[in-house]
Each structure stands twice: as structure tokens, then as C-alpha cells.
Design a protein. Structure first.
Length: 212
């Protein structure tokens, strides 16, 4: 049997919290959730140079609080906080809200630094994906990534690549693991991420499990 359950979904409320929390109106629930997804996608694309690890959206009746966890906060904040103000305007425009509108919720932005980026599965998977796109040898990428994660204090790490690795004619699956990654033990703090790498020969799926 393969691993069927998302490790983060299995540990919600124990080691992981929800990415979107707060007040969601029943009538506009689907529209609001889709709005959250699109805002998250927009921020991940725009703030990629800053190394975004996570985005948490908290909604109340009168405000939307967005917490952005990044490796390099200075890039997001900008000189004298100008970058943060510009980003807030873009989010308002993206959500089609008016700053002066009485009924429109206020946007609050909070930038938090990530102390150890090598323990974030999303950042590790993103780094592996970027190197694969640059056509670097996949075995060296996987080995170096695992060494960095283990040296950062992780108990275990697993990296799986799937697709036409190295431009091969037939797709295959390669897996490398170090330490212990116990997916069936709920008390184990497992972080998981899946990021696609669009290479010249097609998509290569990158999956990373980190036992923190």
C-alpha cells in the first residue's frame, strides 16, 4: 500500500494549524475560499525572491490579516516600509476592495522571519525544483539537500522525484531518505510539500517529507 494521506492533513490541530482561519460567511463561503487561494498564489509568485515558506490568512468581519513567513524579510518590507505599503495596495487591487469603502475589510500585513529555512519542506522542495530547472545533476541536488536538512537538526528527511528525470525517454521514480520519517506516527512532527519542476522534457514532481 502506498501513502494515501497527506501528512499535514493527518496532523491538523496537533502539529499544524489551518492556513485560512476566522469568519467565513455561509453565502459567500466558496467565493471567499477561492479568494484566499488566489491571494496565496499571487504572493508566492511575487515574493519568490524573498523565500516565502508559508502564508496564513485570518479573517474577521472587518479585517483580513495576512501573515507572511519569509527567509529574507527585508525584501518584502523595503526601505522604510515602502515595500509593505506597495504590497498592501496590490492586494487591495487584487481583491477589488476600496481602501476608503465603509463595508470593505481592512488589510493587515505581518512579515515573520523563518529562522531555519532547511526545516521547511516547501522551501527545500522549491530549491530542488529550481535546481532541476537549471539542469543540474539530480543525484547531487538530492544528496546536498538531504545533508543540509539533517545538519539543521531534522530527525529524518525523504525526497522523491517522479517524471522524466534528466530528460530520460521513460519516466521513473527516484527516492532518497536519511534518518527516520515515521508517517503513521501522529505525534511525529512531519512537514510535507509537493512542488512541480517544469523542465525542457516535461514536469518532474518533487515531494519532500521532513521529520522535525
Amino acid at each position: 500500500m502506498g501513502q494515501k494521506v497527506n501528512p499535514i492533513a493527518l496532523r491538523l490541530g496537533i502539529h499544524h494549524g489551518f492556513k485560512s482561519v476566522g469568519y467565513y460567511d455561509k453565502k459567500n463561503y466558496a467565493k471567499t475560499v477561492l479568494q484566499d487561494i488566489r491571494v496565496r498564489e499571487m504572493l508566492l509568485t511575487k515574493l519568490k525572491p524573498a523565500g516565502v515558506g508559508d502564508i496564513i490568512i485570518e479573517r474577521s468581519v472587518s479585517s483580513i490579516k495576512i501573515s507572511i513567513f519569509v527567509v529574507r524579510p527585508g525584501i518584502v518590507i523595503g526601505r522604510g516600509g515602502t515595500g509593505l505599503e506597495e504590497l498592501k495596495k496590490q492586494i487591495v487591487k487584487f481583491l477589488k476592495l476600496s481602501i476608503k469603502g465603509k463595508n470593505d475589510p481592512k488589510i493587515e500585513l505581518k512579515v515573520e522571519p523563518i529562522k531555519e529555512p532547511n526545516l521547511s519542506a516547501y522551501l527545500v522542495a522549491n530549491n530542488v525544483s529550481d535546481q532541476l530547472i537549471r539542469r543540474m545533476p539530480h543525484k547531487r541536488i538530492m544528496k546536498q539537500s538531504i545533508e543540509r536538512v539533517m545538519s539543521s537538526g531534522a530527525k529524518g528527511v525523504r525526497i522523491v522525484l517522479s517524471g522524466r528525470i534528466g530528460g530520460a525517454e521513460i519516466g521513473r521514480r527516484e527516492r532518497v531518505q536519511a534518518g527516520k520519517v515515521s508517517l503513521s506516527t501522529i505525534r511525529a512532527d512531519i512537514d510535507f510539500a509537493s512542488v512541480p519542476a517544469l523542465t525542457k522534457s516535461g514536469y518532474i514532481g518533487v515531494k519532500v517529507w521532513i521529520n522535525r
